[in-house]
Design a protein around this ligand. Sequence first.
Ligand SMILES: *Cc1c(COP(=O)(O)O)cnc(C)c1O
Length: 403
Amino acid sequence: MSRTMDIAGAHETWVVPNYAPALALVKGKGARVWDAEGNEYLDFLAGIAVVSLGHAHPAWVKAIKTQAETLAMVSNLHFNELQPKLARRLASRFVEGAKVFFCNSGAEANEALIKVARSWGSCVGRHEIITMRNSFHGRTLATLTATGQDKVKKGFAPLPEGFVHADFNDIQSVRDAVTDKTVAVMVEVIQAEGGVVSADKSFLQELRALCDEKDLLLLVDDVQCGVGRLGTWFGFQSFDVTPDAFSLAKGLGGGFPIGAMVAGPKLCNVFQPGSHGTTFGGNPLACAAALAVIDTIEHDHLLDQVRSVGARFGGHLRGIAAEFDWIKAVRGTGLIWGVEIEGPVKRLEALMFAQGLIGVATAGKVMRFVPPLIVTAQDVDAAAEKFRAACRIFHEETKGATT
Ligand SMILES: *Cc1c(COP(=O)(O)O)cnc(C)c1O
């Protein structure tokens, strides 16, 4: 039996079947990973926009190793010097007076946003949060309720109250959803799971104005686009808009689980001792990993690199789109790209694997690419060639299927 079949068999026996894993990956270095059969892949998934420095980055490995040998965990009943150090690196890139709450995942970071908004609104009897259709905010009960897609809600009723949906990029729709119970609007600047659909800059700026006008909080879910992915530290900074608070997770720890809520002056002292918490939040090991990510982005000028290499990759994708009439759109910026197709996108994903390229089929019709922030011009050139080769085979197959 192959090692891959071994792994898949054990998985099926022992792991709850809520995922449908494809490859058995056993090793990674930089933007490359290897499966259990020794096949090499360019990893343009990066653990879903998580492995920001690529696999086994020396600075990240060293930080974790050193911290594990020194002090991994203390709980929040005691200080640890890395937590405020990391908080400062995040908050100082936001607004004057901002503070940070640490947790362990994107859903938890969004839970913190939701709870801080409700707590802020409780004094004036307002609790409703407006979120966008086609959004994705996580899998906990509150965040799946906030998510603007029915498929994540099925079977989990009763859902918590207090969430209403409006149309993304339609300011009138948001305005119409505001009631005397509304406390906040929560939005992704790019709907990533939703198929890499970007907000219009004008929409976000009108949202900010609407929130100011009605005394509502503007909350940004920056879990996927935060920490450099768009070529700015935070995703919303690419849109010249400032929320009252935002969430981070995926790329923050470079592969070590950590999430954060960063709150501006209006919200940064709403939580008081006892009002919110999590055992693992902001532990020294996770903070060390995140500090290594931030240091490396800074020292290696990765934000500039993300912008230039990302634009180059986008150019390649547009070139490929021009070759095939079933490619309907190419969307993205920085190092998040989506190629919308007509046809079985899961099949295209499998053909890419065979070419040695990992991406992810998203929203039923979009091939999404979220490579590590360290990818080079050569990496994106190579990835584009592999994608083109997969597209050629896909083209032959689907042509065959229709004639
Ligand atoms: C992934 C994601 C989440 C959920 O994060 P988890 O770590 O899986 O809980 C929330 N919002 C956005 C925008 C995401 O991309």
